[in-house]
Design a protein. Sequence first.
Length: 677
Amino acid sequence: MRQQKLNQALTAITEEDFDLAKRLFSQIFTGVNGGKHADPGMAGSLLYHMAMVTKMESETRMLIDELHVSLPDISLKLSKIYSDFESDAKELTKEITPFNIDFQELAATPRLGTVEKINLFTNLTKENKTVESMLNNKSSKSGEALEKLFRAWAEQIMRMRLIQEYETIKGLLVTAELVKTIGVPALENAMERVQDRFGQETVNISLDVTLKVGMRREKLQSIMLSDHFVNYTMDIEKLDGHMEFLNCPIFGSHKYAEEKYGVNPQAPALFCTHFCFAHAKAMLDTVLPFPFTLWQPKLIATHGNCEFYLKLSYSPVAKAFERFIPLVMSWNITRECNMKCSHCYINATEKKLDNELNTQEAKKLMDQIFQVSRPLLILSGGEPLLRPDVFELISYGSKKGLKMGLGSNGSLIDDDVARKLKEAGVATVSISLDSHIPAQHDEFRGVAGAWEKAVQACKALRKNNVLVQVNTTLTQQNYNQIDDIMSLAESIGVENFHLFFLVPTGRGTKLTDISPEKYEEMITKTFAKTANHKLNVRPSCAPQFMRIAKDMGLDMRQWIRGCIAGLYYCRIYPNGDVTPCPYLPIKLGNIREKSFKEIWFNSKVFNALRDPNSLKGKCGACEYRSLCGGCRARAYGLSNDFIDYCGDLHEPAELKSDYLTEDPWCVYQPKNASQKP
């Protein structure tokens, strides 16, 4: 397919249709998104084959190390099977690129390390920029340069594909010999012991290279599936997904070896069950924000096709199917804080609440959450690291299978604390950073030196391999700095960037918010700027971003809905009160009085939030109501004099206003003129 596009691009250059040539070149190099015909392009394909070499080589190495045995002598069979493959490969690729790599050279070729992989990719990117510049300048020599680049890439891909096949056949034959010498049960036990470590190590290497060459984390999924991906679907209604694989690069070699050379058929099934499963699980864990459970109902070694099934936030003690379960939860584990942020929704103080949940009650809450789902549970505050048992709570939740996150101002995170967080099992940490100008951030946070500590916290967390997210609250003072803040976040190793649109609650009621029109403009501009950054960007507390993203034609698979409060999200206050979100202070129950399960499924407010037809005003009439939902907190806070009534103390209370009315900060006018009252 890429060869055909290359020929079309060369023809376009000859005919001086450089616009068409540039479009085709972009598709050849960066690929095409979209279903089973997706193509990662030359760049993605190179990353994929480098990763596959590491994966196949690691399988044999880790298994031999785990069993403490010597590598069996498989040289004769390996040479025969590989020679057959090499002959076929030469015939299939003779029109694309010739190669003269013999078996002995291939076996002795050093496998690329991370640095060599990055250098190889960087050189390809430089050559790509050169060709791109020549096409922009309508150079008559751009065709020659394009063809040279394609040939160089094809030679590298062929070399890696040959090495990959060598390692595949080697692993198969080693496994088959081990079946003879130690038996299937002992071999399978060894595979079970190393499979998680194998999956994590091989995916981490791939992720490290992917990020260092400038690609985003979520790109890893499409790259790793590029050579055998058939179909991937997610059902938001059921919160589950299916992946089907065909054209597995391992399957062909295994089947050939079994049929022509009598290799034990049990060996390839063991690879599917343990190593391929572990690799897929680790890859998905790297790119999916929520916890999931993975099954493999079909193996390509036994069924002829490979299928994976995953369920988001699945808890084995919960009901088999519930349409609405928590995927993510915020838990203010304390109100105590060491800063004085001018926008604080919880009105945090230097003292904790007298009735905050103690350690045992906190663990009981996590037990209750597990009865409903396994969400991403974000421990927040105040400043959660001021709570002495925070590491104990993270460890407890992690061992239960919850994905543990932490929301911090960063002031207490140094290398030692970052290491402890990693060891306790934290998956991600959010650090607040509201300006690229230190003095302005410090003024916003009310403490001198806050900016420096936040930046150093990000660096310490990345050093300890913790995923970092920067949270920026948009205000009148910083709305023109977002591009600079994103650049700063990138420079210190941050991957995720959440732009929080101010909701006037807590101390935030005293700030002058930007206008609704400015909100709309900022969302649009932020999305437009994402092309200049490798950050994963998501607006928060501005659910209209879903409408804007759809109108801009953006890939929306990473998002579920604009406002997820009550559907897939809720907040726990330090005393155990449950509210739909931190900015919507409606007390729906307390876990000291009712179980979380009872509150989540039986609350009238939660159930109303789950029905888009219950919305009123223009939100109820809007064609985007299921996609967006409007900000329920802003509707509650800016309607019916809620701000005047509540003042600045943002504690959960009984329902006092209409949370289902229209979002007054959305400027969109529904196409349906008749609005619901």
